[in-house]
Design a protein around this ligand. Structure first.
Ligand SMILES: Nc1ncnc2c1ncn2[C@@H]1O[C@H](COP(=O)(O)OP(=O)(O)OP(=O)(O)O)[C@@H](O)[C@H]1O
Ligand SMILES: [Mg+2]
Length: 315
């Protein structure tokens, strides 16, 4: 038996708000006994995961735990070592139009003459629209609507290199959504965005999954900006994983077990703060957006209204 366990046996209040459970055939993403190893090293194994249409799953874990590799498996760019991966009922494969993908953010290099509107256009599947006049008109309508959806009308015709990181990211989201995918895979889409743009981008994605029933897998090192949106967390760590609602996974007991050392999870004004020591904190990164070394949270500020979740006790 694997140490990895799913913690979703009983429906929580959050889960009761979700679309009804699907059988695996109608899941947007279905992983069955999935294992990914490189040589001797196993990133994750015995991973069973059904992501329902419209569900928002955050994928957390330290650097190198296999988050991006998981997305690559679903994108058909990387094969599983064992088990199966299906997207909307069919085996994962490269070039799948059912998937929209927001890759890890790269600043567009100067010298690239692409405009925002061109980037979004790249997300439209050419076969579906053809080259005829009608096809071109439909394609243009789709691109214009996608740009409007992310509120990028004002800068979409400017060169990408002239845009801020937040503006570029909005257009990447538009590119991922323009083909109306059933599954949206986002790899650290909030990286290097300020708080206002973090909110804007996460709300765009959240709105989409509600209006179009798009399933979302959202890789992030910081859960706090998306905490109110997350239905379930998949936490990858050193060959193991935990899967459940944030309330189930983001606890002192679960993280201490995953990291094999003492970790405290504090809940402060609706945010999670992860407190550990030394190397653990380096590995934890920003599982909680704020963290500290040792026992003094918030750089010494006494958390008067802190609800400290003690080990093994759920709030
Ligand atoms: N094709 C490959 N061959 C061998 N090792 C690989 C390959 N792809 C990824 N790896 C290794 O697998 C591990 C997981 O990589 P991955 O990019 O999935 O991590 P991650 O969780 O996304 O990390 P980060 O938070 O740094 O983005 C890394 O140690 C990486 O070097
Ligand atoms: Mg990665």
């Amino acid at each position: 038996m694997s140490e990895s366990t799913a913690l979703t046996e009983h429906a929580t209040p959050v889960e009761r708000l979700l679309p009804p459970r699907t059988d695996s055939g109608s899941a947007a993403v279905h992983l069955d006994a999935a294992r990914l190893s490189f040589g001797e090293r196993t990133l994750w194994q015995e991973l069973d995961l059904d992501v329902r249409p419209g569900e928002f799953v955050a994928v957390l874990g330290p650097n190198g735990s296999g988050k991006t590799s998981l997305l690559k498996v679903l994108l058909g760019q990387l094969g599983l070592s064992s088990g199966t991966a299906d997207i909307a009922g069919a085996p994962a494969r490269a070039g799948n139009p059912d998937i929209g993908y927001v890759p890890q953010q790269k600043t567009i290099d100067s010298g690239v003459q692409l405009r925002g509107v061109d980037l979004v256009g790249l997300g439209v599947d050419g076969h579906r629209w053809g080259l005829g006049l009608r096809g071109r008109a439909a394609r243009k309508r789709k691109v214009t609507a996608a740009i409007a959806d992310v509120g990028a009308e004002k800068f979409a015709y400017a060169p990408l290199e002239s845009m801020s990181g937040g503006e570029q990211q909005r257009l990447r989201v538009a590119q991922a959504l323009v083909g109306d995918p059933k599954v949206l895979l986002c790899d650290e889409p909030l990286l290097s965005l300020d708080l206002a743009n973090q909110r804007l981008v996460s709300e765009l994605i959240d709105r989409r999954r509600h209006t179009h029933n798009t399933a979302v897998l959202f890789v992030t090192h910081e859960i706090n900006p998306i905490l109110p949106l997350v239905d379930r967390v998949l936490y990858l760590m050193d060959g193991k994983f935990r899967l459940g609602t944030p309330e189930e996974v983001m606890t002192s007991a679960v993280l201490s077990e995953l990291y094999q050392t003492e970790v405290d999870v504090l809940r402060v004004r609706g945010r999670l703060v992860v407190v550990g020591t030394g190397d653990t904190m380096d590995a934890l990164g920003a599982a909680g957006a704020q963290h500290c070394h040792g026992a003094v949270p918030f750089g010494g500020t006494a958390p008067s209204d802190t609800d400290i979740e003690s080990r093994g006790v759920r709030s």
